[in-house]
Design a protein around this ligand. Structure first.
Ligand code: ADP
Ligand code: MG
Length: 536
């Protein structure tokens, strides 16, 4: 009896009922992004509670903007968000796979298979896939990297833009790739993205070096510099303010003046420090006092003030410099180097462009409206993610659902060798994988069953695992030749992320919801109680 008392303020759903409701939530969530999959996927118009709107084809953007309350839907969104963070692609795929596996699992539960047995079968299928993806991969050449970037943008923007963004992404990935401890590292966060609202979409471009929308502190400072040294300061070069920074007991009329003189002297000393360190370029997070401009210009030092901390960190990585709190604390080892520094005016905004040894690149995302610029930015991030991933791990798989079908065919053969009820779960897992080519066909307005059967039959009669659906020609084709290829990591992560989420849902047999108290504002309560009139 005491158990019941504990759960008094709680709604409870148990057993099959809990599983059914959880699966319904997952299917409903997948339904929201199903129609965006693939090049023929349609866009979604998202409107937030402040009335701002966004048009996108990106699964995770749709999911993260939706106000979702069901905890199971949150679990799937989290799996999709992890997919986005780790491999930057395959977010819609992850949600579709998880929801399809859950539906197939439900059919087995109805037939009397225990969810724990299904979970075990799914784990066996997942690890079989992990072991066999390798045999379906091939080595990426530079052309393939470009093709994979194009594939990741399929259905987004228009074809010309896809190729411009893909070229920029491949070039940017080249620029930031470095070797660290014998490993190749391509960190996409080293590419700076700046946005320009106004110029047309086609004016989006890649610039070698780091570009920041910044104006040099004074016109007399040199606009262009050849190779030199740079100091990055996480503070400023300013006079201390009497109202905030210091407290002064003024005993004579000259005391204030001597304080000011001393402050000026302090700034001058810092300029001399810069000269001693042989610095030709200075970037500060805070301000630079007007009185020092002339001294800096005289010393041939070009300075930038109010540079964001994130930009200073990017500059530090590019120049091999270390951020210092004040100029006084700077040592030779903190100073970095650059190849050239120049200022350019684009439209009516001044930009500072710095080229360094460590490469570095900036993508300028342009578009007529903020909505367009936002989509260009997201597309570039996707293509860059793919290009960087392939720099580190140059393994590709055929796209267009080919690899999903090839894995499903292998899994079915494997299932035959498993004697227990897990066999049914492995078959259900294989069916779930085929959801990707089915939805690709469906979104292209083709018959999903006929298309799937046709591809399966060609793959098995010709023993060719690269046959998939090209939705542009609406024909089964060799995906390698059609240049529809994807990083194998995207598939690996989608399978492992989606199966983790599926198994987690299958293991839940009890859902306890705390009853939410409805709070009524005081004045409304007063009206309800009939006491409002008394107060008046
Ligand atoms: P996700 O969010 O999962 O990345 P996308 O909408 O980007 O979803 O679609 C990716 C899928 O589209 C991949 O499976 C990819 O192989 C497929 N795809 C891309 N281009 C083509 C094409 N021309 N024909 C068929 N499938 C394609
Ligand atoms: Mg994609």
């Amino acid at each position: 009896m005491s158990d019941v008392r504990i759960l008094e303020e709680t709604d409870r759903t148990t057993g099959r009922d809990a599983l059914r409701k959880n699966i319904q939530a997952a299917v409903a969530l997948a339904g929201a992004v199903r129609s965006t999959l693939g090049p023929k996927g349609l866009d979604k118009l998202l409107v937030d509670d402040e009335g701002r709107s966004m048009v996108t084809n990106d699964g995770i953007t749709v999911l993260e903007s939706a106000k979702v309350e069901h905890p199971i839907a949150h679990m799937l969104i989290a799996a999709s968000a992890t997919q986005d963070q780790t491999v930057r692609d395959g977010t819609t795929t992850t949600v579709l796979l998880a929801s399809e596996w859950l539906q197939n699992a439900w059919h087995l539960v109805v037939q009397g298979v225990h969810p724990a047995t299904i979970a075990r079968g799914f784990r066996m299928a997942e690890s079989y896939c992990k072991d066999h993806i390798e045999s379906l991969t091939f080595e990426a050449t530079k052309e393939h990297v470009y093709a994979a970037a194009m594939t990741s943008l399929a259905g987004k923007l228009h074809t010309k833009m896809q190729s411009t963004i893909s070229e920029c992404a491949v070039e940017a990935a080249e620029a930031i790739t470095m070797t660290s401890n014998g490993n190749i590292v391509a960190d996409p966060t080293r590419v700076k993205v700046i946005t320009r609202c106004g110029p047309s979409l086609e004016q989006s471009k890649l610039i070698t070096g780091l570009a920041l929308p910044k104006k040099r502190a004074h016109v007399e400072m040199p606009s262009t510099l050849g190779a030199g040294s740079i100091l990055l300061v996480d503070g400023g070069l300013e006079l201390r303010s009497l109202s905030t920074d210091v407290q002064l007991n003024v005993t004579s009329t000259s005391a204030l003046q001597s304080f000011r003189d001393a402050e000026q002297q302090r700034l001058l000393e810092q300029v001399n420090m810069l000269k001693k360190l042989d610095v030709t370029l200075l970037a500060c997070r805070e301000g630079i006092d007007d009185s020092t401009h002339a001294h800096l210009a005289e010393a041939g030092i070009k300075a930038f003030r109010r540079v964001a901390k994130s930009d200073l960190e990017l500059l530090a990585r590019g120049c091999g410099a270390r951020l210092v709190p004040t100029i006084h604390q700077a040592k030779d080892a903190d100073v970095g180097v650059f190849i050239s520094s120049r200022c350019e005016r684009w439209g009516d905004v001044d930009h500072w462009i710095l080229e360094t040894d460590e490469g570095g690149a900036t993508f300028v995302a342009s578009g007529s409206t903020e909505t367009v610029v936002g989509e260009v930015e997201r597309c570039f991030a996707d293509a860059l993610g793919v290009a960087c991933r392939l720099k580190e791990d140059p393994k590709l798989i055929p796209g267009g659902g080919a690899t999903y079908i090839a894995l499903a065919r292998r899994l079915r053969r494997y299932a035959e060798t498993v004697p227990g009820r897990e066999q049914l779960a492995i078959e259900a897992f294989a069916d779930g994988l085929e959801t990707i080519p089915r939805v690709l066909a469906e979104n292209a307005g083709m018959d999903s069953i006929d298309t799937l059967l046709q591809i399966v039959s060609i793959q098995s009669t010709e023993s060719d695992d690269t046959i998939g659906l090209n939705v542009l020609t609406r024909q089964p084709e060799n995906m390698r030749e059609a240049n529809i290829v994807e990083p194998s990591r995207v598939l690996e992560q989608a399978i492992s992320g989606a199966s983790e989420a599926t198994i987690a849902v299958l293991r839940i047999d009890d859902v306890l919801w705390a009853k939410q108290e409805i709070s009524v504002p005081d004045d409304v309560q007063a009206t309800l109680d009939g006491t409002a009139a008394d107060r008046r």
